[in-house]
Design a protein around this ligand. Structure first.
Ligand code: PSU
Ligand code: MN
Length: 309
């Protein structure tokens, strides 16, 4: 038997070289491109994210599974494939990686899937938009079992994830509790308020605050001496791109109603809600989403540069 995982994890030569020479690398996820943004716009964002990482002195490693090979660092043609209107990629969380590799299918990786592959490739800094979390219970029930595998993966994977908090469709207080239970430090970047993706504040406090990339890097390095878990660095959406709160609340209520009407569940909930925001906000949520992931890529890159010092 061949070593399936070994032969199925493929680093681009640029990324392999950077990892070997301890050059800063930033992992980027692909679900936000294929399932979170409309075709056309997603490719622009994908390239902008990679350019932002390069400008800040690190090597970008966008991650996806293509024809059963987990690719860390995509060529431009592979990036185009991930973003194509007819891509029809699966959404791959960590539980889906084994099946995708063994059955030779293709998919975009979520935070959980990307973090696991980045870690396997020797990359410790990762930028995304929003983390998955604990969903509110369905009407008529007082308990939900829909808890994103992003949380369990961060609990066991030593990566620093830079995000803009989590989407306000989630139970953010419960999500922060689960992160605490799993010993994942949560840091606010230049803020005392935990962000909520399109909004700069969720109304909840961050457990800790850092004010520059060097502090974030130092916390991550110190944490890793005691624990195998990851660290969450929460960077609020840039103020000029924050969604209007009233518009946000209306879109969220409509989106949740849509999800209920159509009986959407599981991993389809987030993409359906994001699409509703994007079509019903006249593009404002797209601008916010792009601005926040670009800012997160820049911050992740700055932290990766500090870590490599
Ligand atoms: N950030 C974005 N857009 C997205 C996501 C993050 O700007 O679509 C994705 C991430 O891949 C994250 C996923 O892992 O949303 C959460 O999905 P779920 O709620 O099904 O766990
Ligand atoms: Mn889920």
């Amino acid at each position: 038997m061949t070593n399936t995982l070994h032969t199925s994890l493929s680093l681009s030569s640029e990324v392999a070289d950077a990892v070997a020479t301890r050059t800063p690398v930033v992992a980027l996820e692909s679900t936000l491109l294929s399932h979170g943004l409309p075709p056309g716009r997603n490719l622009d964002v994908a390239r902008r994210l990679e350019n932002t990482v390069r400008e800040t002195g690190a090597v970008p490693a966008t991650i996806a599974v293509l024809d059963g090979v987990a690719r860390v660092g995509l060529t431009d043609a592979e990036l185009e494939r991930v973003c194509a209107p007819d891509a029809d990629l699966d959404k791959l969380s960590l539980r889906d990686l084994g099946p995708a590799v063994a059955l030779r299918t293709s998919g975009a990786t979520t935070v959980a899937g990307t973090a696991a592959l980045a870690h396997a490739a020797g990359i410790s800094v990762f930028a995304t938009g929003g983390l998955g979390g604990v969903h509110h219970p369905l009407p008529g029930s007082d308990l939900t079992w829909d808890v994103s595998a992003d949380l369990g993966t961060l609990a066991r994977t030593g990566v620093l994830v830079v995000c803009s908090g989590m989407k306000s469709i989630l139970d953010i207080a419960a999500t922060l509790e689960v992160l605490e239970t799993n010993s994942v430090p949560v840091l606010g970047y230049r803020t005392d308020d935990f962000p909520a993706f399109y909004l700069r504040s969720s109304g909840l406090s961050v457990p800790r605050r850092v004010d520059d990339p060097a502090q974030a890097a130092a916390v991550f390095a110190a944490h890793r001496a005691f624990s195998d878990s990851g660290v969450l660095l929460a960077n609020p959406v840039p103020a000029e791109h924050e969604l209007d709160r009233a518009l946000h609340d209306r879109l969220l209520a409509e989106g949740l109603e849509l999800v209920r009407e159509r009986g959407v569940s599981g991993s389809d909930v987030t993409p359906v809600l994001l699409e509703h925001f994007h079509t019903a906000s006249g593009g404002a949520s797209l601008d916010a989403n792009e601005a926040l992931v670009v800012a997160n890529a820049r911050l992740a890159s700055n932290v990766a540069v500090e870590l490599a010092r």
